[in-house]
Design a protein around this ligand. Structure first.
Ligand SMILES: Nc1nc2c(ncn2[C@@H]2O[C@H](COP(=O)(O)OP(=O)(O)OP(=O)(O)O)[C@@H](O)[C@H]2O)c(=O)[nH]1
Ligand SMILES: [Mg+2]
Ligand SMILES: [Zn+2]
Length: 299
């Protein structure tokens, strides 16, 4: 039976892209068994489906593959990359949000792709400052400006083979970036292009779009913030790849890297190898998570 990926679902009907014939999208319903098991298919799900009518492109979803991850808002499964967008200014970057998104990505097995947008508004080296804060994480960083069309080519490269969603504060330019991608790199499907189909939709469903390079993007930037409450403060440091090299080097085992003497993370900071702001936000977040933990049995 053919395998595919759900691009979107509306009112119990799912658009399934045939992975062996990328020109074919089947409108599928779900077999009754699923409904009984309360497993609701989501855009992004990899499925096995049965073709009921080849001409009308109708089918049945028979099986949903195990998910890498799934989300309720927006309802989607199997995101494997999150583009975390910040602007150089307008609005001022909310780096706490950026840090939190980077952490939750790792908790959900998602690759963070850091985007510094509106580089045309750079004054006094802010782009460089932002880049230096996040470079030690080792995650890819891309600089974009809507006035610099070539800057998007690098982004296009980073989307190959991933299903990417976009996140970031309001006004940082997520929609602008998505439109640019849609205009340039959508795969044409069947005799109606995705672009035209997209234009016809006035209501906003969660939808995956396939790019010409094999990647998928999610056109709804709904991942503005996550709750980190499921992360234990004691393991918070493991979500900072920029600390990783020195984690075993603190004088005390189980060092929280706040006030303990002989802390290798603080040392990293004083050597200028770790951004002070990033460190301070770690301390703040540690405090927040510890409070959640300490109050876990209270109402
Ligand atoms: N100078 C400059 N302005 C940009 C750039 N990218 C986007 N903008 C502008 O920033 C404003 C906000 O852009 P949007 O794409 O709507 O931002 P958004 O992240 O989708 O915002 P929300 O939908 O509210 O979350 C618009 O006026 C854009 O034209 C850029 O590279 N440089
Ligand atoms: Mg927008
Ligand atoms: Zn320490």
């Amino acid at each position: 039976m053919p395998e595919g990926i759900i691009l979107k679902g509306v009112g119990g009907f799912y658009e399934v892209l045939d992975e062996n014939d990328l020109q074919s999208i089947y409108t599928c319903k779900v077999r009754g068994v699923f409904r009984k098991n309360e497993l609701t298919p989501l855009p992004g799900d990899r499925v096995v489906f049965k073709i009921l009518d080849e001409k009308k492109k109708e089918g049945h979803i028979e099986k949903i593959a195990d998910r890498r991850n799934s989300f309720i808002r927006p309802p989607v499964a199997n995101i494997d990359q999150l583009a975390i967008v910040m602007a150089v200014n307008s609005p001022e970057p909310d780096l706490m949000l950026v840090d939190k998104l980077i952490i939750s990505c790792q908790a959900k097995d998602i690759r963070p792709l850091i985007i510094i947008n509106k580089t045309d508004l750079d004054e006094g080296g802010s782009v460089d400052e932002l880049r230096k804060i996040y470079e030690p994480t080792g995650f890819p960083i891309i600089m974009l400006s809507k006035f610099l069309k070539e800057s998007y080519d690098k982004l296009h490269q980073e989307l190959i083979g991933y299903t990417t969603a976009f996140a970031g504060q309001s006004g940082v330019g997520k929609s602008t970036i998505l439109n640019m991608i849609m205009d340039n790199w959508l795969m044409e499907t069947g005799d109606v292009s995705e672009k035209i189909k997209r234009g016809k939709h006035t209501t906003r469903h969660v939808q995956l779009f396939r790019l010409d390079n094999g990647g998928f993007i999610l056109d709804t930037p709904g991942f503005s913030s996550y709750s980190l409450s499921e992360i234990n403060h004691q393991e918070l440091d493991s979500y900072y790849p920029d600390f990783k090299d020195c984690l075993g080097l603190c004088r005390f085992k189980g060092c929280s890297h706040r006030n303990e003497p002989g802390c290798a993370v603080k040392e990293l900071c004083s050597q200028g190898k770790l951004d002070k702001g990033r460190y301070n936000r770690y301390v703040e977040l540690y405090g927040e998570l510890k409070e959640i933990y300490d109050n876990r049995y209270r109402r």
